[in-house]
Design a protein around this ligand. Structure first.
Ligand SMILES: CC(C)(COP(=O)(O)OP(=O)(O)OC[C@H]1O[C@@H](n2cnc3c(N)ncnc32)[C@H](O)[C@@H]1OP(=O)(O)O)[C@@H](O)C(=O)NCCC(=O)NCCS
Length: 199
């Protein structure tokens, strides 16, 4: 067993988790590193600390807007969300949808991932359309997106949904993420856009 695997095993061992419950410290990460993420080993352990998954609530909107702008104004999207209020308005429109559902993921109380979507009643059954899905830049590629999608899928199956639908860009890391998680490209569909005011 490699040193890294052995340390990981130690930190995720349920006996140790029980032992630390009474100490007021959330987990071994807090005990040993006291929030210091300056070295590579501690960074790795940070990604293994517990994730807290909750349904989206209106109080999450401002923090969600900050995270949304941070993620989508950087590689590979470079969206030009210059105004916080414009981004907030966009997200508010999503959450005001009467058939909205959202998930927020926190790590040590900090928002690290969000999934926002809505129900679509289709002739093939109840579908869930993912409007936005994002993981904090520094935490991408550590399994948070996969775990969030797994939880979403479990909940949707329980609620009688039979398909997940979303739009993303071709040839960006997110496309590979979705393909790895069981999505396929619907070749029969295309996205049509008309720029208004232009001939
Ligand atoms: C797409 C996204 C939600 C995936 O979540 P994640 O936690 O990074 O993904 P996971 O760690 O669970 O899965 C890793 C896989 O996703 C893909 N991936 C996507 N973005 C990645 C990134 N920035 N870093 C590493 N892997 C990434 C890779 O294929 C990777 O597989 P690999 O480890 O075998 O190479 C997240 O990277 C993200 O928020 N990206 C920016 C915003 C975005 O593109 N959202 C989707 C819009 S539709």
């Amino acid at each position: 067993m490699s040193i890294k695997t052995s340390i990981k095993d130690h930190f995720t061992n349920s006996q140790f988790k029980e032992h630390f419950k009474s100490s007021g410290l959330k987990n071994h990460w807090n005990y040993f590193f006291q929030g210091d993420i300056d070295n590579e080993v501690s960074k790795q352990l940070y990604f293994d600390s517990e994730l807290d998954f909750r349904g989206f609530s209106p109080e999450d909107l401002d923090e969600c807007t900050l995270l949304y702008r941070k993620v989508f104004t950087q590689y590979p999207w470079y969206d030009e969300w210059k105004s916080f209020y414009q981004a907030r308005k966009y997200l508010k429109e999503l959450i005001d949808n009467p058939v909205f559902k959202g998930l927020v993921v926190r790590q040590d109380s900090k928002m690290v991932a969000v999934c926002l979507g809505h129900q679509r009643t289709w002739w093939m059954g109840k579908e869930f359309v993912v409007d936005e899905f994002f993981v904090e830049n520094g935490r991408q590629g550590n399994g948070i997106g996969t775990r969030t999608l797994d939880l979403l899928t479990t909940n949707l199956l329980k609620d009688g949904y039979n398909r997940l639908i979303l739009l993303t860009n071709k040839e960006i890391p997110a496309e590979m993420f979705y393909l790895k998680n069981g999505f396929y490209n619907n070749e029969k569909r295309t996205v049509m856009v008309k720029e208004l005011g232009k001939i």
